[in-house]
Design a protein. Structure first.
Length: 277
């Protein structure tokens, strides 16, 4: 239709150039971790090549990749064992952490009595519990699951308790005037308000759970990435040992991104600027 006849000015659509698309803040934010990873690997490989660092001391990324491909079946078997053991301990940590957090956060008396004790417990080195757990449960999956649980439940408990304990007194008073009971306030207002805290704690706790499982496997297991690290180190296969570390980091990163995705699609209301994304 003629622009003059319709009295509507014609506006030519300008397509952004490739450089503008690349320099877009959202695009840069999405690719920034990968760019940093590639840069780190290139610098790492360059330093190993220039200074001719022995692979028995500090293997290069290329050597680690070769060892990963060469022993992929062995690594996959140990990685799967570490993964499901970690998920078992982490699942228990979620249940116990949420329940304890709800109890502590819903009562000021419980918060004042239990929180300091839990803080003191969290300060204890969890690796020190592994020999005790071996005596109780023997060598196997028991100590690994419990170590993953012990090291990861505290962040979940603290964040749930904090989300409930920091509920505004004014809001609670208004809800009470409107006829809401204490249970209604906690369940219908307190728990939804604690969800951002909860997802934040999951992203921290899952990384700690992998640490706990790996530490336990290094001491009291005959399978898993932790056992692989000890075996590879004893055989002076440092490339294989670093491959195990890379696999653990990759598994933790995948779970972290999974929780970030769930958080983004369930609690977008709690994040500033989410309406523009």
């Amino acid at each position: 239709m003629n622009c003059v006849a319709t009295l509507v000015p014609c506006v030519k659509t300008v397509q952004p150039s490739i450089s503008e698309q690349v320099m877009n803040p959202k695009t840069l934010e999405r690719w920034a971790p990968w760019m940093l990873l590639v840069a780190t690997l290139l610098i790492w490989q360059g330093m190993c090549s220039v200074f001719q660092v022995s692979e028995f001391i500090f293997p290069s990324p290329w050597r680690i990749a070769e060892q990963t491909i060469e022993y992929r079946d062995v690594i996959a078997g140990h990685a799967w064992r570490t993964f499901w053991v970690t998920m078992a301990g982490f699942g228990i940590a979620i249940v116990v952490g949420v329940l304890l957090g709800f109890v502590i956060g819903s009562s000021r008396l419980a918060y004042a009595a239990v929180y300091p004790l839990m803080t003191a417990f969290n300060a204890l080195p969890k690796a020190a519990f592994v020999p005790i757990l071996v005596v109780w449960f023997g060598i196997g999956i028991g100590p690994a699951i419990l170590t993953a649980f012990l090291i990861s439940f505290f962040p979940i408990m603290v964040n749930i308790a904090t989300g409930l304990a920091t509920l505004e007194p004014e809001l609670e008073d208004v809800l009470r005037v409107l006829g809401a009971k204490r249970w209604d306030v906690l369940v219908k207002v307190g728990l939804p308000r604690s969800m951002p805290y909860f997802y934040g704690s999951l992203k921290v706790a899952i990384t700690l759970a992998f640490v706990g499982t790996t530490v336990s496997e290094m001491t009291a297991a005959n399978e898993g990435i932790g056992y692989l690290l000890i075996s590879a180190g004893s055989a002076m296969q440092m490339g294989l040992a670093f491959s195990g570390l890379v696999v653990v980091g990759a598994m933790a990163m995948v779970m972290y991104e999974l929780f970030s995705y769930i958080e983004k699609h369930t609690t977008a209301w709690a994040h500033r600027g989410s309406q523009n994304t």
